[in-house]
Design a protein around this ligand. Structure first.
Ligand code: GAL
Length: 702
């Protein structure tokens, strides 16, 4: 047994060394002027409004203090009304009108909305959903990116746009496509997708024998003889459970294919604009089928979209009106860490129309979101959208102006307020100012990998397990401690962070564990949580003790794990505090020199160990084996870890955060009570008041 384990670990150590060496992230080539801090802008759809209203609308956008306007991501049928005949006169006019107002322009490639003539002529470019239905014209994102025919048409329109606007100084930057996805209907099961998946597998595995080995197809006689026998796994076509290794690979393929499609458009545009205009896409704010890390180096800035309030229950009594700050900030900390520059391409200015319930945001919430994005380092925030549509699928969606096209909504006013404040802050900010030492001492990172989330979600073991919430618990814990947080991928250098948390890091290999060990020996504080290290990168369990590769590191064995059917819960005691859990609990057996931090207090294993810590070299490793229901265990142990490290931490109420950026402190209050901001005597308050009201923002200078 031992021998097999060592062989397995050795084999994976060898084959994955290349993939885990920290690579230098290329600096983006377009640099946003630091003195601008953050620009604000808004979406406008000229093609949807009478030409007579364009000048009025552009002037009003400017009057609200906007600095840029975003156009064109759904306008293919207007740009190329019939095949090969292009019409940009309407766009030229709007660019001229915007520029005359001093607005910068973000242009888009219109690839999410093929014109009807295209899909009529080539129905084979339409995507196919899991039920086998070919999608039809009449919505968006209904074409397959894997079709060479579709890509041919996309290439033509992108070349046209690049030729016409790639050297135009009025164009600030580009957004490719729109929220690349099929809006939850991923993956696409069309014939071109199946073929590209097979080709991807052939490239990855070389031989079908290697695929059979790494997918464990001996189980249930799933053996394949040729790559063209393999299909994208579609649970709707299977009478029983799917093969998890096949599923994980199909998710990796889909994300790679999306990245390839974005790269294909980027490469065309770069021929015209190089890096004088920035290029990005607008990713959805949270994890899905498209992984922003895969294109981070292709883009000058990583951009994303955010709708904090859409009937989601959220935390606390006002959560449904304020949104969850951890959701916003986790995404901001991830996107920014990818290549150093990030912006929010879409942020709701009020009610939306697509939630199951679409409540009003809390008064001031829109301003709160904008300023929280600022605090998290955004280069820009763009409102979705300027005008409330009178027809179409997004009726009832708020804009800056109501249905009459001129009356400013409260959301529009809050954007205008943020624009005025940012203009004032520019005068006093110190772009690039170093972090104050006490704050810098708390520098923390959360290690994040899409493979883990896919694999955890494919095999939850408890339907109540929520991988995203598990990550957010640790993000909230750090935020409450007042730490500057980066959400990083494995290519980053761990040594620049005092604290590194790898929550539920299920898939790993020996080189990653070795990097963690070195990090700790050199003084780092590493926190691992339940479900870490259970599998190799293929998604196989180790042929050895449970979570074999991390046991030496954490100084404990994992005897077994338990998971409880709600409403049955369990409890863990840490110090004098008790915490509830039910989704996952590892029962630990600490080795010599390993200290117990928490124990189970009920069920048949009452008294056994739930969390441990040990010193290693100049640092420390902590393992938290239980996933507490509301994150209170995680918050307590993270706070204690700061104390063990001798680093002074804050103890902010959950939802209240204080961040530092460009020489400014920014406090944002998402709680349901006023909170007093830690403004030191003598500091100058620039925005807001020392007591931060609900949905309030306070900015001060040291
Ligand atoms: C976004 C999408 C926009 C618009 C918006 C409405 O997810 O990217 O195009 O549909 O939702 O809230």
């Amino acid at each position: 047994m031992k021998h097999n384990l060592l062989r397995a670990l050795g084999a994976f150590a060898l084959c994955s060394v290349a993939s885990v060496m920290p690579a230098q992230t290329a600096a983006p080539s377009y640099t946003f002027p630091p003195a601008d801090l953050m620009n604000v802008g808004v979406y406008y759809y000229p093609e949807a409004w009478p030409a007579s209203q364009w000048p009025r609308d552009m002037a009003n956008i400017r009057k609200l203090g906007m600095e840029f306007v975003h156009m064109g991501e759904f306008a293919w049928a207007f740009m190329e009304p019939t095949e090969g005949h292009f019409d940009f006169a309407w766009l030229d006019q709007n660019i001229a009108l915007a520029a005359a107002q001093g607005l910068k322009i973000v242009l888009c490639t219109p690839s999410p909305t093929p014109p009807v003539w295209l899909t009529e002529k080539h129905p084979e470019v339409l995507m196919v959903d899991a039920a086998g239905h070919t999608q039809v014209h009449g919505t968006r994102q209904h074409a397959t990116w894997s079709s060479e025919i579709y890509r041919g048409y996309v290439a033509k329109i992108v070349h046209e746009l690049g030729r016409r606007y790639g050297h135009d100084a009025r164009i600030w930057g580009w957004q490719l496509d729109n929220e690349l996805s099929h809006y939850g209907k991923e993956p696409d099961f069309s014939a071109p997708s199946q073929k590209k998946f097979q080709a991807w597998l052939q490239k990855k595995y070389g031989t079908i024998a290697a695929l059979n080995r790494d997918w464990g197809t001996a189980f249930w006689s799933q053996l394949y003889q040729r790559f063209d026998q393999v299909r994208l796994p579609n649970p709707q076509e299977y009478v029983a459970q799917f093969n998890p290794q096949q599923m994980l690979d199909s998710q990796r393929w889909f994300a790679d294919e999306a990245a390839d499609y974005l790269r294909f458009q980027t490469e065309i545009l770069r021929q015209y604009c190089s890096h004088t205009q920035w290029i990005t896409t607008n990713h959805m704010h949270d994890f899905g089928a498209v992984n922003p890390a895969l294109t981070a180096r292709d883009f000058d800035v990583v951009a994303w979209t955010l709708y904090p309030v859409h009937g989601n229950a959220n935390r606390g009594p006002l959560g449904f009106r304020l949104g969850d700050p951890a959701v916003l900030t986790f995404a901001a900390d991830f996107m920014r860490s990818l290549n150093g520059q990030a912006g929010i391409m879409e942020l709701q200015p009020g009610q939306v129309n697509w939630g199951e319930v679409n409540p009003q945001p809390y008064p001031g919430a829109v301003h709160l979101w904008i300023m929280r994005a600022f605090a998290a380092g955004s280069k820009f925030v763009c409102a979705y959208r300027y005008r409330e549509p009178l027809s179409g699928a997004e009726m009832y969606h708020y804009g800056f102006v109501g249905p009459d096209g001129v009356t400013t909504t409260t959301g529009g006013e809050q954007y205008a307020q943020a624009a005025r404040e940012l203009a004032q802050l520019r005068a006093v900010a110190q772009p690039g100012a170093p972090l104050p030492p006490a704050y810098a001492a708390r520098r923390s990172a959360i290690l994040y990998n899409y493979d883990n989330r896919w694999d955890l979600d494919n095999h939850k073991q408890n339907k109540g397990w929520d991988s995203y919430e598990h990550l957010l618990k640790y993000h909230r814990a750090l935020s409450r401690a007042g730490a500057p947080i980066d959400v990083i991928t494995e290519d980053k250098d761990f040594s620049t962070f005092a604290f590194l948390i790898a929550p539920a890091y299920q898939l790993l290999d020996a080189p990653l564990v070795a990097r963690w060990k070195t990090y700790v020996e050199n003084g780092g504080h590493l926190i691992l949580s339940c479900r870490t290290g259970q599998k190799d990168r293929r998604g196989f369990l180790w042929e050895g003790p449970w979570a074999a590769p991390i046991l030496d590191l954490i100084g404990a064995k994992i005897k077994f794990y338990d998971t409880l059917p709600a409403p049955n819960t369990g409890h863990v005691k840490a110090g004098d505090q008790s915490h509830e859990w039910f989704t996952w609990g590892d029962v630990l057996v600490p080795g010599d020199g390993t200290q117990t931090l928490a124990t189970y207090t009920d069920h048949y294993y009452a008294g056994s160990v739930a969390a441990v810590t040990r010193k290693l070299g100049k640092g420390r490793v902590t393992y938290i084996g239980a996933d507490s229901t509301n994150g209170s265990l995680e918050a307590q142990i993270v706070r204690e870890e700061f104390a063990r490290a001798g680093v002074a931490a804050e103890n902010f109420p959950e939802g209240f955060a204080v961040d530092f950026r460009d020489g400014l402190w920014i406090a944002t209050n998402f709680t349901e009570n006023p909170v007093s901001a830690p403004v030191p005597a003598g500091a100058k308050i620039l925005v807001g008041t020392a007591t931060v009201p609900i949905a309030g923002v306070t900015v001060w200078r040291p």
